[in-house]
Design a protein around this ligand. Structure first.
Ligand code: F0G
Length: 467
């Protein structure tokens, strides 16, 4: 008799596209310890020592785990003051992956903004785009110019599933260009859009921005911190892109831009670094002046040779499909677990983190008492997990009226570092939030501000209980 094989083969489950060869211990703590620590920190999670945190989801910026290849590249770093091979390694990676001919290294993303905006932004200017990241907005407002948010309305309804919630609204953008065109130095598009929840922008939308920019004779700048995650979503969601490689999509995205600023601490998986890249030689020359003043000589600009080498290698790894799939599926895993518990969050789940809708979560806390901050502090007390507020504290005061700005969305952001935590860690986060969600009705009082800085107050603000 013939032996019959069972043909009901199971599909192999998904697993990480890497294995670990170095680990770092982390420490659990008790609720009693955390109560003391968070009070000492003025109820500001930035004020905690990292040893007081068990799972750190404050940011995915500069917190990733470098690969063996990146560490190997560091050993080959050229620390020459001028003309280092590391500078040229970065130049080659930028040309090959992003398609820009000229670049300037900077120590991180906001430094790239500072240098570029020193050339392009002056008092009274208006800079439209999708939701600007806070440092971008800070550098615009610091120069007494205005950032105008032209994101599509769909982005502000967290329950609505839209594939490209980072998209720029054509009508809103054209309206700014039509009515205040002479004050617009450039249009800035953030890919993915951090402020709306790590939401991507479609190629179709980028092409629309390019068309309008050409019509009105404007430069297009991409704030590119998470450009590779944006390309991953395009591959999965935009018609006509499923068979293209991430690198092909990246080149097509950037064909719509004249300039890019980059915080390499995200998609280039380094702990520190950034750059500005551009097509125009003259702009490169103008920006070089400020780069030398603020950052360093043009072939290192605030970075050591070894860091430039790691960044160049990181650009290749960060645009690898399997890496991106592993990374974004982990974020999705956490988001799906939270949704199973009925927890309200920005949908669809973003690229670099899960954005919990604090307005719908803590509906008994007044917005004037900082709902998202309250939720972030409660999560820390419950579990030692550190997230971050993306809400009214971050939105800061209006520079003219000095009134608090209350944004349309109050988020607790849980940003996932790249290649750092396992899904077991994600389970801890999910269950901790579920426990809070189960007792959300009992949480009624938030915080009031004790002390705040005049600009970018969220880093140093101190708070006290509102009751
Ligand atoms: N642009 C975007 C979209 C960002 O998310 C960030 C930083 C920057 C620019 C500034 O870059 O930190 O290197 O100076 N975002 C971090 C975050 C801080 O937590 O989202 P940087």
């Amino acid at each position: 008799m013939l032996y019959h094989f069972n043909h009901n083969n199971m599909e192999l489950p998904f697993a990480e596209s890497y294995k670990m060869k170095m680990v770092e211990p982390i420490r659990k703590s008790t609720r009693a310890e955390r109560e003391v620590w968070i009070k000492q920190a003025g109820y500001n999670l930035f004020g905690l020592k990292s040893e007081q945190v068990f799972i750190d989801l404050l940011t995915d910026s500069g917190t990733g785990a470098m690969s063996d290849r990146q560490w190997a590249a560091m050993m080959m770093g050229d620390e020459s003051y001028a003309g280092a091979t590391s500078y040229f390694n970065m130049k080659n990676a930028i040309r090959e992956i992003l398609g820009f001919e000229y670049y300037l290294p900077t120590h991180q993303g906001r430094a790239a903004e500072n240098v570029l905006f020193s050339v392009l932004v002056k008092e009274g200017d208006v800079v439209p785009g999708n939701s600007h990241f806070d440092t971008t907005k800070g550098h615009i407002e610091f120069r007494k110019a205005k950032a105008v948010d032209c994101t599509i309305d769909e982005a502000f309804d967290t329950t609505l599933v839209h594939p490209f919630k980072g998209n720029v609204d054509e009508e809103k953008l054209e309206n700014v260009l039509k009515t205040q065109g002479e004050k617009v130095p450039f249009i800035i598009v953030t890919v993915t859009c951090n402020s709306s929840g790590g939401q991507p922008v479609s190629v179709e939308n980028l092409k629309m921005v390019r068309r309008l920019a050409d019509k009105y004779g404007k430069i297009v700048v991409f704030d590119s911190a998470r450009f590779a995650e944006n390309a991953y979503f395009i591959k999965l969601r935009e018609e006509g892109y499923k068979d293209k490689t991430i690198r092909e999509i990246v080149l097509e995205m950037f064909s719509c831009a004249d300039v890019m600023t980059m915080s390499a601490k995200k998609d280039a998986i380094v702990n520190m670094g950034g750059f500005i890249a551009m097509r125009n030689k003259e702009l490169h020359a103008q920006a070089s002046v400020f780069n030398i003043v603020f950052e360093g000589y043009i072939t290192y600009g605030g970075m050591s040779g070894r860091d430039m080498n790691a960044l160049a290698q990181g650009l290749y790894e960060g645009t690898d499909f399997e890496f991106l799939e592993t990374r974004i599926r982990q974020v999705e895993y956490l988001g799906n677990r939270l949704m199973e518990f009925g927890i309200p969050l920005q949908q669809p789940i973003g690229g670099h983190g899960v954005f919990v809708d604090a307005k719908r979560f803590l509906c008994n806390v007044a917005k004037e008492e900082f709902q998202a901050q309250k939720l972030a502090v409660e999560l820390y007390l419950e579990s030692g997990v550190r997230g971050v507020e993306i809400g009214a504290i971050l939105a800061d005061r209006d520079p003219l009226t000095r009134e608090n700005r209350f944004p349309a969305l109050e988020f607790l952001r849980l940003a996932i570092p790249r290649r750092v935590y396992t899904n077991n860690h994600m389970d801890v986060v999910a269950v901790a939030l579920k426990n809070l969600f189960d007792r959300r009705e009992t949480i009624r009082k938030g915080f009031r501000i004790v002390h705040e800085a005049p600009i970018m107050r969220h880093f140093t603000v101190t708070l006290e209980h509102a009751d």
